[in-house]
Design a protein around this ligand. Structure first.
Ligand SMILES: Cc1cc2nc3c(=O)[nH]c(=O)nc-3n(C[C@H](O)[C@H](O)[C@H](O)COP(=O)(O)O)c2cc1C
Length: 376
């Protein structure tokens, strides 16, 4: 006979195991795999190893997988030939097999659709001649570099590229899409005053700066089925500018999120580096918590879940302080946010979700950056 699981472990399993619906898509539990660029797709084609990498995690209990960022079909969208693309016959055939494998393993999966904008360095593959484009041709550090301020034609082309990718995602069997509006990439470059200096309708105050992302959401919403979920990922922080902020107050955050929600976002993925940090003074709510409170939409939290020692020991029940685990479960159970994305801990340990859900927490593996080197 097996020993009964410690009380806190059963609570974790109980809280995390509840299903959740996002615009009719039922996710079987609250554990999401965070999008993580891996660059193991030569020619932009995800192969059998990528399919196994994701399906292994679905088989081990991850409720929803958000794939690594994958380039939409615009020449300036990316800068690596081994990061998967979400356009082209061979590439989409590869992705169809990824979705099929994840479904066969009992999981759900959405691609993260990505355009890197002004992060692009000139001369890089897959389209070496393509310029870096952005709202004002500015890099994240404010320098002009060789960037190009996007014209209305450029904006229309990029909107079309996101729409085509989302339509393809539905056609080849994905369960929804996530639009990458975070971390200083193209959509975020429009949202952030540091990179958006436009004087036309796409620049100016916070609401004006949401116009481009909002148009993408609305165009995608129009082109896919009404029940096909659209998740929008955003962040305050940027690559190279960890202290950057889009919104200094809840009112500003509401101004940012309301147009996106109205355009058809079904769930928000609020990217933070440490999920437990309060977003604004005077409240314990984190960014996902505020996002849910202000929009009423389901939200995903993220940031160092399963990485700190207390969290691991808390799950393992070795007498260490349980604050981190209980804090996360309390917030989830209290409805502050709905889903918890796990990045590096899941990269390290494909069985992370199964171990947590089954109370085999003593077997969780500590994160080691060496995990970045393979697709295991
Ligand atoms: C190797 C690696 C690649 C990442 N690539 C992406 C990406 O393609 N898109 C994205 O939105 N975030 C990306 N992130 C951020 C993660 O999705 C996540 O927000 C971050 O790692 C924090 O979660 P964690 O502490 O659980 O790892 C990446 C993170 C890592 C470690």
């Amino acid at each position: 006979m097996t020993a009964p699981a410690p009380a806190h472990t059963s609570r974790a399993a109980q809280v995390l195991s509840r299903p959740l619906s996002i615009n009719g898509l039922t996710v079987s539990n609250r554990i999401v795999m965070a999008p993580m660029t891996r660059a193991f797709s030569p020619g932009g084609v995800p192969g059998a190893d990528v399919a196994s990498y994701y399906s292994r995690r679905a088989a081990a209990g991850v409720g929803l997988i958000v794939t690594e960022g994958t380039y939409v079909g615009h020449d300036s969208a990316g800068q690596s030939d081994s990061i998967p693309r979400f356009h082209g016959e061979e590439q989409l055939a590869g992705w169809a097999k990824v979705a099929e494998a994840v479904h066969a393993a009992g999981g759900k999966i959405v691609p993260q659709l990505w355009h890197i904008g002004m992060v692009r360095q000139a001369g890089q593959p897959p389209y070496a001649d393509a310029p870096a484009v952005g709202p004002s041709g500015l890099r994240l550090d404010g320098s002009a570099g060789s960037g190009k301020e996007m014209t209305q034609d450029d904006l229309d082309d990029v909107i079309d590229a996101f729409v085509e990718a989302a339509v393809a995602a539905e056609r080849i069997g994905f369960d929804g899409v996530e639009l990458h509006g975070a971390h200083g990439y193209l959509l975020d470059q429009f949202l952030w005053a540091g990179t958006n200096r436009r004087t036309d309708a796409y620049g100016g105050d916070l609401v004006a700066r949401t116009k481009f992302a909002t148009e993408i959401v609305a165009a995608v919403r129009e082109a896919v089925s009404a029940s096909f979920p659209i998740i929008f990922r955003y962040s305050q922080w940027k690559q190279e500018a960890y202290d950057a902020r889009l919104a200094e107050t809840p009112e500003e955050l509401e101004a940012l999120l309301a147009p996106l929600a109205a355009a058809g976002v079904d769930a928000f993925h609020a990217s933070t580096r440490r999920y437990w940090l309060p977003e604004f003074e005077g409240s314990d709510l984190n960014l996902a918590g505020w996002t849910k409170k202000l929009t009423g939409k389901p939200t995903i939290t993220v940031g160092s879940v399963g990485l700190d020692g207390d969290f691991l020991r808390g799950f393992a029940g070795e007498g260490a302080p349980l604050k981190s685990v209980d804090d996360l479960l309390d917030r989830l159970e209290g409805g502050e946010f709905d889903l918890v994305a796990v990045g590096r801990a899941l990269l390290q340990d494909p069985e992370w979700a199964a171990k947590v859900l089954a109370g085999r927490t003593g077997e969780l593996k500590a994160y080691d950056a060496a995990a970045l080197g393979s697709l295991s």
